[in-house]
Write a protein that binds this ligand. Structure first.
Ligand code: BF8
Length: 641
């Protein structure tokens, strides 16, 4: 790969070049050497039974007359593309929600006092979520209302949260957190989830050979599963992480490969669940480990993150991300990574091959995510002896410090950033001083200083220039006075290119947004955490709807969503829960729907009539941002503002 066309980030370019000099292949090279299957790309390859794969691409020049393409069983392109789409939703919802379940399990151990390594750090958050689970926070004693015992509240919340994955009747508690009209719409459409697990299993059943053959009915099930992901599995995950590890507040940090330090022990945590990495933070800050590192000749221990684990540690501790999804191999190529510790999701199998060329210890920690290569160490992490595991890992990294082989080359490139914007901290910064809601934000939207709100989220994809589309789209939005909420790798990208500082507002924003940012002292792009934290964006939108003056539902608001460089199944699940919560959502790169034009129209047009939100896809970043702005303007017009 040509480093200059692979990424817009100079640190990434340097490390791609360095890898090539050392004959280490990276994702950027593999993307050059292997091209995607054209039929899969169009969404019309069905491999759900052994009579196939049946391949139904759109004929060159389009369809003339009736579309009579079909697989051996008779499945139409619409059925096939809808089934494939549904299985992506199921994969994504499963990943997020299983992460959420893991958090709920640890929280249950905490509430039962079975572990001492984890505690409840944020009782305010616990008290604020308890009512959503119908858990009382007060008790009546002799006609007097008293605060209820916190341990009792925690236990009841933990048990009720845990039960949401397998609930046998009714619908999950959190569905009622949505604006009332939206909740009623879901109810009327029959898409309120029954529980988290069941909707995912349902998709796997209905997309099995010979079951659901109506793309509209398949999409309806996608909606149920995606809503269970966003409003239940992910939202409970975010909330309980906040309860145990603290609700984020704006915090200063740095980002990019340049955060690694030559004379320090460098540990990179990579993956998604903060359960383990929170312990690693504590271990690296312990005197015992700091002294041990000094004994081994290191100036200290530098912790950094990749992917969403990075965002979790950044938003609560200011630990700097070393890079996005596409930079994971490059962190090892620096030659300075003494240990890379991974848990689940977005982890390249090729890390093991790269690690083989350096001294890096690659450590897997999760029972469901192991690697076959023999240079990988597995230390299975368990909340009952979490601190011991974490110390063992940190010690292993320190012991490895003296084994560095090739010349260490860390690109001296990093940026300053401010992250840590939760729904609560945004309310503090942009809320009304008396009302304590999002009133001031709404006020600024109504008076036009802020044109609208955009959520820009999601992955990097080696099929597009690394970070380019994230940055172009975000810049175009803020230039047009659209404030941006960001999560995931998009948030890391925004940080890498200097968009997460209050100072960037004056240079890059339209005059209205610049004025608001300067007055309040916030960046024009607000980092709201990891991908499960997209649930924060749902709740922020709900707060805006509830604060008044802009319509009553999310679909009425001047908002739009975007995943410029998406690649994971999780992104499809996220996209679908935003669409069916009322948000116009544009994806970059491509969508696997082009081979099924009727199904595509259903997603891109017809869904708007049902939920108020719809899908779209635009690969050109400026046109992409302009489509979002046009939608925001349409909503402003409808509101008469
Ligand atoms: O959950 S943005 S590449 S890291 S999938 Fe993966 Fe995509 Fe990054 Fe986080 Ni989200």
């Amino acid at each position: 790969a040509n480093p200059l066309t692979a990424s817009i980030d100079p640190a990434t370019q340097q490390m791609i070049k360095r890898a090539q000099e050392l004959s280490v292949d990276t994702v950027f090279d593999r993307a050059e050497n292997m091209k995607p299957c054209n039929i899969g790309l169009q969404g019309t390859c069905c491999k759900n039974c052994a009579m196939g794969p049946c391949r139904l691409p759109l004929p060159k020049g389009g369809i003339e007359g009736e579309d009579d393409r079909k697989g051996l069983c008779g499945a139409t392109p619409n059925t096939i593309a809808a089934r494939n789409f549904a299985r992506m939703v199921a994969g994504g919802a499963a990943a997020h929600s299983d992460h959420g379940r893991g958090v709920a399990e640890v929280f249950l151990s905490v509430a039962r006092k079975e572990t001492e390594d984890y505690v409840i750090k944020d009782y305010h958050k616990l008290i604020s979520i308890a009512p959503h689970f119908d858990v009382a926070t007060t008790v009546e004693v002799d006609g007097e209302t008293l605060d209820r015992d916190l341990d009792e509240i925690a236990l009841e919340v933990a048990e009720k949260a845990m039960a949401e994955w397998g609930r046998t009747e009714g619908e999950p508690y959190y569905m009622k957190r949505a604006p009332e009209q939206l909740y009623n719409r879901w109810k009327e459409m029959g898409v309120l989830p029954r529980n988290v697990d069941r909707e995912i299993v349902d998709i796997m059943h209905r997309t099995h050979m010979g079951v659901d053959q109506d793309y509209k009915n398949i999409v309806k099930q996608c909606t149920r599963a995606a809503l269970a992901d966003g409003w239940v599995g992910s939202m409970i995950g975010t909330d309980l992480q906040d309860v145990m590890f603290g609700t984020p507040n704006p915090i200063q940090s740095e980002v990019n490969l340049g955060v690694m330090k030559k004379d320090h022990v460098n540990i990179i945590v990579h993956g998604h669940e903060p359960i383990l990495s929170e312990m690693i933070v504590a271990a690296t800050q312990s005197k015992e480990m700091i002294d041990y590192a000094a004994e081994k000749g290191a100036k200290g221990i530098q912790l950094g993150g990749i992917c969403c684990t990075a965002n979790e540690l950044l938003q609560r501790h200011g630990i700097p991300p070393a890079g996005t999804f596409l930079q994971q191999e490059l962190a090892i190529v620096t030659g300075a990574c003494d240990a890379m510790v991974v848990d689940v999701q977005c982890i390249f199998q090729n890390l093991a091959n790269v690690a083989k060329c350096f001294h890096t210890k690659l450590i897997t920690t999760h029972p469901i995510a192991r690697m076959e290569q023999n240079n990988v160490i597995h230390i299975e992490f368990d909340e009952h002896h979490a601190m011991d595991d974490a110390k063992r890992i940190v010690k292993m990294a320190i012991d490895n410090f003296e084994n560095r082989e090739v010349d260490v080359i860390i690109p001296p490139i990093k940026e300053n950033q401010v992250a840590g914007f939760s729904v609560e901290s945004i309310e503090y910064h942009l809320g009304g001083s008396f009302r304590g809601t999002y009133y001031t934000l709404n006020d600024n939207i109504i008076n036009g200083r802020i044109r609208g709100i955009a959520g820009v989220v999601g992955c990097n994809n080696a099929r597009t220039k690394h970070n380019n589309d994230h940055i172009e789209i975000i810049k175009e939005l803020i230039k047009n006075d659209v404030i941006v909420l960001t999560t995931g790798c998009s948030a890391i990208a925004a940080g890498m290119h200097g968009l997460l500082t209050p100072e960037s507002a004056a240079v890059l924003c339209g005059p209205g947004l610049a004025e608001v940012c300067e007055t309040v002292g916030i960046p024009p792009v607000l980092h709201m955490g990891s991908c499960v934290d997209n649930s924060r964006i749902l709740l922020a939108a709900t707060e805006v709807a509830k604060a008044g003056g802009l319509g009553k539902e999310i679909k009425d608001l001047p908002v739009a969503g975007s995943a410029p460089e998406w690649m994971s199944e999780k992104a499809i699940s996220i996209g679908h829960y935003f669409v069916t919560s009322g948000v116009y959502t544009v994806f970059g790169c491509h969508m696997p729907v082009e081979g099924a034009p009727v199904f595509k129209d259903y997603l891109y047009k017809d869904l708007e009539g049902i939920y108020g939100g719809m899908w779209d896809c635009e690969a050109d970043p400026i046109a992409h941002a302009q489509k979002m702005i046009a939608h925001i303007d349409k909503k402003r017009q409808e509101l008469g503002i």
